[in-house]
Ligand binder design. Structure first.
Ligand SMILES: NC(=O)C1=CN([C@@H]2O[C@H](COP(=O)(O)OP(=O)(O)OC[C@H]3O[C@@H](n4cnc5c(N)ncnc54)[C@H](O)[C@@H]3O)[C@@H](O)[C@H]2O)C=CC1
Ligand SMILES: O=C(O)[C@H]1O[C@H](OP(=O)(O)OP(=O)(O)OC[C@H]2O[C@@H](n3ccc(=O)[nH]c3=O)[C@H](O)[C@@H]2O)[C@H](O)[C@@H](O)[C@@H]1O
Length: 481
């Protein structure tokens, strides 16, 4: 029986391995992690991450051919194929700080593999890494190998949170990069055989190592660039009276452009877009390509602009101050159907409002109070280290922040409501009830374009929707940013 071991039981390692185990009953899959409570949660009914459909998959194969263990060394030693799916945060100190990927966790995983291996192995980069990481990993492995042979493959993951199970069941493509030697090609075929259990052959792409590594960074950069492009248009729409939804629809109808990923928003979040683009920027700079670096940097700059533009819109609409005003924040996760808050635009928006002394009342269906408080005091980039290894950024909770267990409580007696995540339940709230319980004038700032603005205006709200024609009230307020 082929044995797979995956180092890193996170948002990628957990779901990816669960689906491999489900689709390949003849393969034993063990997911290992140094973070013991996370492994305990994977072995319980309360999985450590919220992902629709994941529990059903785990339940079907856990204990059959899917296992979660803290015994990293044992399972790495026994495996034929070792996936590495550990954190690759942005460096906060030293060379490349604020841009380059921090490969501490990757290097430590590679050293563990070298230390404990007693048989030849295929080592698969599942984490998103800088181009040429495989070369560094090869060096660590071969210099410590005691005669054991390792083949390194790059097999980046393209799943999105909230839709991970569907993405894994029916991927647009699976990408496998390897060395162009006979041994490298043999390793590619071995991994291809795993995916071929359920992925059609024409969707399994094989390339050289560097193309696979770079394709992952490129794909995230292209996706994020679409969002920054439409968000840049949203500012122009507000200035001109165009409607960004109509513009996106018209633009996306061009089959060369396509309709997906053109929703204007308060900004993109998530653990990877910013981190991977910064990494791309750093690689360009290191390769003497400052113009290319500058081009991609702009995607991040527009994203930051969009978040601060939103905060400025809130403050300027409310008589240029939110000091001591209660602002309800609906949604804190970086997108719907996940409890993940890594790089969520809500952090920057909340910090911006707190900077103007607002009193925030936050509600998110999947994010707990402690988590929100922790995020609001955490230093930039600290969030991407495993929770148990995160540097302590600060001490006391933010006093002006309360976290509630439903949207009605959050909005009670508020002056304004900011919708920052597109949870379905925010579309169908009783906005008349919310209006009746708020201070007047009552404002809604919809950072995700989920509410029916006309209906809310009929109720009496002053409504701001990203990239939509402005209310007369908002038009008269000072311009943004
Ligand atoms: N979150 C996502 O949707 C996607 C993430 N990725 C990439 O996948 C990688 C992992 O991301 P996530 O799963 O979100 O991270 P995560 O933070 O959820 O999980 C990483 C896990 O690795 C463990 N770990 C770190 N060092 C270890 C070591 N030496 N030995 C054993 N365990 C170790 C940590 O304790 C943690 O549980 C990153 O490179 C990310 O860029 C790629 C595609 C999608
Ligand atoms: O490497 C990764 O981590 C992953 O990053 C993204 O997945 P994810 O961050 O989970 O979620 P997305 O659906 O891409 O959304 C990212 C952010 O963009 C925002 N977004 C998305 C689409 C859109 O049209 N507008 C928009 O503002 C979302 O609200 C969210 O904040 C990519 O979609 C995945 O392919 C990739 O594997």
């Amino acid at each position: 029986m082929v044995k797979i071991c995956c180092i890193g039981a996170g948002y990628v390692g957990g779901p990816t391995m669960a689906v491999i185990a489900l689709k390949c009953p003849s393969i034993e899959v063990v997911v290992v992690d140094i973070w013991e409570p996370r492994i305990a949660a994977w072995n319980s009914d309360q999985l450590p991450i919220y992902e629709p459909g994941l529990y059903e998959v785990v339940k079907e194969c856990r204990g059959r051919n899917l296992f979660f263990s803290k015994d990293v060394e044992k399972h790495v030693a026994e495996a034929d194929i070792v996936f590495v799916s550990v954190n690759t945060p942005t460096k906060t100190q030293g060379l490349g700080a604020g841009k380059a990927a921090d490969l501490t966790y990757w290097e430590s995983a590679a050293r563990t593999i070298a230390d404990v291996s007693k048989s030849d192995k295929i080592v698969v980069e599942k984490s998103t890494v800088p181009v040429k990481t495989a070369e560094a990993i090869e060096k660590i492995l071969t210099h410590n190998s005691k005669g054991i042979k390792f083949q390194i493959l790059s097999n980046p993951e393209f799943l999105a949170e909230g839709t991970a199970i569907g993405d894994l069941f029916q991927p647009d493509r699976v990408l496998i990069g390897g060395r162009e030697t006979p041994e490298g090609q043999k390793a590619i075929q071995a991994l291809k055989a795993v995916y071929a259990h359920w992925v059609p052959e024409d969707r399994i792409l094989t390339t050289n190592l560097w193309s696979a590594e770079l394709s992952k960074l490129a794909a995230n950069a292209f996706l994020a660039q679409r969002i920054s492009s439409v968000n840049a248009m949203s500012a122009l729409c507000e200035a001109t009276g165009a409607d960004v939804a109509e513009v996106s629809y018209a633009v996306g109808k061009d089959t060369r452009i396509g309709p997906k990923f053109l929703n204007a928003s308060v900004g993109f979040g998530g653990s990877c877009f910013q981190k991977d683009i910064l990494n791309l920027v750093y690689i360009c700079e290191c390769n003497g390509l400052p113009e290319v670096a500058e081009y991609w940097k702009q995607v991040i700059k527009i994203n930051d602009y969009q978040k601060s533009r939103f905060v400025n819109r809130v403050v300027s609409s409310m008589f240029n101050t939110v000091s001591q005003k209660k602002i309800a924040v609906l949604g804190f996760a970086f997108k719907k159907d996940t409890g993940d808050t890594r790089e969520t635009p809500a952090i920057d928006v909340c910090q911006g409002l707190l900077g103007d002394k607002a009193l925030l009342s936050i509600y998110d269906p999947q994010v707990q109070k402690e988590h929100i408080q922790r995020d609001l005091i955490m230093k930039k980039f600290d969030w991407d280290h495993p929770l148990h290894l995160q540097p302590k950024s600060g001490s006391a909770a933010v006093e002006q922040v309360t976290v509630t267990s439903d949207a009605y409580e959050a909005t009670k007696e508020a002056h304004g409501v900011c919708i920052l995540t597109e949870w379905d339940e925010f579309r169908t709230l009783d906005y008349k009830k919310i209006y009746d319980n708020m201070q007047k004038p009552a404002f809604v700032f919809d950072g995700r374009n989920v509410v029916n603005a006309d209906k809310l205006r009929e109720i009496g709200f002053i409504v701001y929707s990203i990239g939509k024609p402005l209310d007369a009230w908002l038009k008269d307020m000072p311009a943004v940013a």
